[in-house]
Design a protein around this ligand. Structure first.
Ligand SMILES: *[C@@H]1O[C@H](CO)[C@@H](O)[C@H](O)[C@H]1NC(C)=O
Ligand SMILES: *[C@@H]1O[C@H](CO)[C@@H](O)[C@H](O)[C@H]1NC(C)=O
Ligand SMILES: *[C@@H]1O[C@H](CO)[C@@H](O)[C@H](O)[C@H]1NC(C)=O
Ligand SMILES: *[C@@H]1O[C@H](CO)[C@@H](O)[C@H](O)[C@H]1NC(C)=O
Ligand SMILES: *[C@@H]1O[C@H](CO)[C@@H](O)[C@H](O)[C@H]1NC(C)=O
Ligand SMILES: *[C@@H]1O[C@H](CO)[C@@H](O)[C@H](O)[C@H]1NC(C)=O
Length: 558
């Protein structure tokens, strides 16, 4: 063999190895069929959204680095999108499933979501973002397990259970949406569900979960509801908290946990009590009439029903605030860091920009609207990200309609608001502090797509720069959703190093629907594939960009 031929052979071998290494991340394929169905979770027959005939939807069980491919067939009569809440979608806001980045899946058509879950071990949820569909279901659990070689800071549990808790209305999502469209609130929920059910307590209930005496189980508890913080507890059993929204935490034991809208916790529970049935309980917090949902956990070969006496919930929100303060990141847990760019030492990075976002409620022409810093977001017919990518943004929206902060005397319900697409232009790789200030009497819960952030403080009162002295700059938990108590504030910090267009939204779903959400545009100046993927070939196009030629691809280099 001549030298040249050998070199080529070696090169081919090398290229082949490279390809197979790249190809090694396994794929998980799903086909989901969305339909309406009728069920009676609170005893009243009502229309719900089913995924492959399931309510809640199926669990996605994945492992870090898996590629997930979900072909969604929309057999509903309305446009639809899913978001994969908390999945970071590195370089890939194309699959985030919100109306600012994606065209909806029209009735009778399908769309294939393709995304990779990276090193963000933990418990997440997916849910619909369109047309108030979340009130009808279409949500479910999404786990990212640790790859085999990466140690997890606790022993393998006997089994791993997903617990979706949510407040629930017996009215259909179309009725609730009509309320909102006509300017009214959806009012109080009618009950609380645990995995789509509420145990009757008359001896007829089937257990949701079974435990073998002496064994330890992992429960992943997520609040997929519309507006109610839920306190979660299990009769007679302590819960050892191990993870929240992708971070291993200091393993404290809790009698109960306040799970705010959109949040997920993983806990370990050991079946070390008298072998019989026990209730798990989820009850509403911070509202006068407490609604309670329950479900049965059964000990294998156990004898006897669950006691009808339910454990009491805590009272007031000071308790909840203290619970937040007890959450600490486990700095020695050797799992991959959620933010690979070194913002792990977030406490020593200088802040380059501060956004102070004040939420407020308004009447516009007599109709209810919600705003952030005086701007109430309205979705554009062309998704903002697509307009930006096809370089027609100027025809669709204006950047920076909203100020970084507003004077203290604004942000009340009497102030004027504007109704427009709300897009903030952020500088790629800036380290930013965001303050969420809540002047209202109601709970807030904020979620940011595309990132996890350090939740460094949640405090009563108003924020000012002096308050930075109280930040946890050492071991705040890196997560994706943070609650803000009434007349309080929360501070988060993060590096905006994930190029894309990302949604910041109130998880209080009628607020998000009526304008309390916004987008941050994080553009890599180089238009480089190193920083952001190209628009996928199968992306749905709509609005102004429907028939436009594709702009030049991003490339490596730049
Ligand atoms: C999806 O559901 C529709 C309506 O029930 C049904 O007609 C169709 O066959 C289903 N498709 C698949 C792939 O299951
Ligand atoms: C989830 O996936 C992991 C890793 O492949 C597997 O060990 C486990 O049995 C799966 N769990 C369920 C409930 O399918
Ligand atoms: C719709 O589903 C078919 C398979 O049934 C698939 O070939 C096609 O790519 C899907 N369309 C989109 C836009 O994902
Ligand atoms: C933190 O993680 C380490 C390493 O996995 C583990 O040994 C330790 O128990 C954890 N610490 C706490 C307080 O949970
Ligand atoms: C952060 O700011 C301080 C004070 O302005 C400055 O002395 C320091 O060099 C900065 N640190 C970095 C890493 O830029
Ligand atoms: C966004 O901000 C960058 C600086 O980070 C600036 O160069 C760019 O012109 C801004 N874009 C718009 C549309 O304002």
């Amino acid at each position: 063999m001549g030298r040249g031929v050998m070199l080529i052979a070696v090169l081919c071998l090398w290229a082949g190895t490279l390809a197979s290494v790249r190809g090694e991340d396994p794929y998980l394929f799903f086909t989901w069929n969305l339909t309406y169905g009728t069920i009676s979770p609170l005893g009243v027959p009502q229309q719900v959204i089913l995924i492959n005939n399931e309510f809640p939807g199926p669990n996605i069980n994945s492992t870090s680095n898996n590629n997930i491919v979900i072909n969604v067939f929309n057999n509903l009569d309305e446009p639809f999108l899913f978001t994969w809440s908390g999945i970071q979608q590195r370089k890939n806001s194309w699959e985030d499933g919100v109306l600012g980045t994606n065209c909806p899946i029209l009735p009778g058509t399908n769309k294939t979501y393709r995304f990779q879950v990276k090193d963000q071990i933990g418990s997440y949820i997916y849910y619909p973002t369109t047309g108030f569909h979340r009130a009808a279901g279409g949500f479910g659990g999404l786990r990212v397990n640790s790859r085999l070689l990466i140690p997890v800071p606790y022993a393998d549990p006997e089994d791993d259970y997903t617990v979706i808790i949510n407040d629930w209305y017996t009215k259909s999502h179309t009725t609730l949406r009509q309320f909102l469209d006509s300017g009214r609130s959806i009012g109080r929920p009618d009950g609380v569900l645990i995995n789509g059910k509420n145990a009757k307590g008359d001896g007829s209930d089937q257990p949701l979960f079974t435990m073998k005496p002496g064994k330890t189980y992992k429960y992943r508890i997520c609040n997929a509801g519309l507006k109610s913080t839920l306190n979660f507890r299990i009769q007679g059993h302590l819960m050892k908290l191990v993870e929240m929204e992708g971070s291993h935490v200091i393993q404290n034991e809790y009698e109960s946990l306040d799970v705010h809208i959109g949040q997920c916790f993983s806990v370990l529970v050991t079946a070390d009590k008298e072998p019989k049935d026990y209730y798990m309980v989820a009850s509403t917090r911070f509202i006068k009439t407490v609604l309670t949902g329950k479900g049965i956990i059964r000990y294998e070969n156990g004898k006897g029903p669950a006691s009808p006496e339910l454990p009491a919930a805590p009272v007031g929100w000071a308790w909840s605030l203290n619970q937040f303060r007890s959450f600490r990141w486990n700095l020695t847990a050797s799992a991959a860091r959620p933010n690979p760019q070194g913002s792990y030492h977030y406490g020593s990075i200088n802040i380059t920009r501060t956004l102070k976002l004040v939420n407020s409620a308004h009447r516009v022409g007599g109709k209810l609207r919600y705003a952030i810093n005086g701007v109430s977001h309205v979705d554009a017919p062309t998704p903002l990200k697509l307009a930006e990518y096809f370089q027609v943004a100027d025809k669709v929206f204006k950047y920076d309609v909203m100020e970084d902060s507003i004077p203290d005397n604004q942000g009340n319900s009497n102030a004027e608001i504007v109704m427009q697409a709300n897009v903030k232009n952020l500088t790629f790789r800036n380290f930013v502090e965001i303050i969420f200030e809540n002047h209202e009497k109601s709970m807030q819960s904020w979620h940011l797509d595309g990132y996890s952030f350090f939740a460094v403080a949640v405090e009563p009162g108003r924020w000012n720069p002096e308050k930075r002295k109280n930040y946890n700059l050492l071991d705040a938990v890196s997560r994706t959703t943070v609650q803000v108590f009434p007349k309080s504030w929360a501070a988060i910090m993060l590096t905006f190093d994930n190029a894309g267009m990302w949604n910041i939204r109130s998880e209080m779903w009628e607020r998000a629907y009526l304008g309390q959400q916004m987008y941050v545009s994080v553009l890599s100046p180089e238009r480089s594939l190193r920083d952001e993927y190209n628009l996928p070939d199968n992306a749905l196009l709509c609005g102004l960009v429907k028939d436009l030629p594709k702009p030049p691809s991003y490339s490596f280099g730049g």
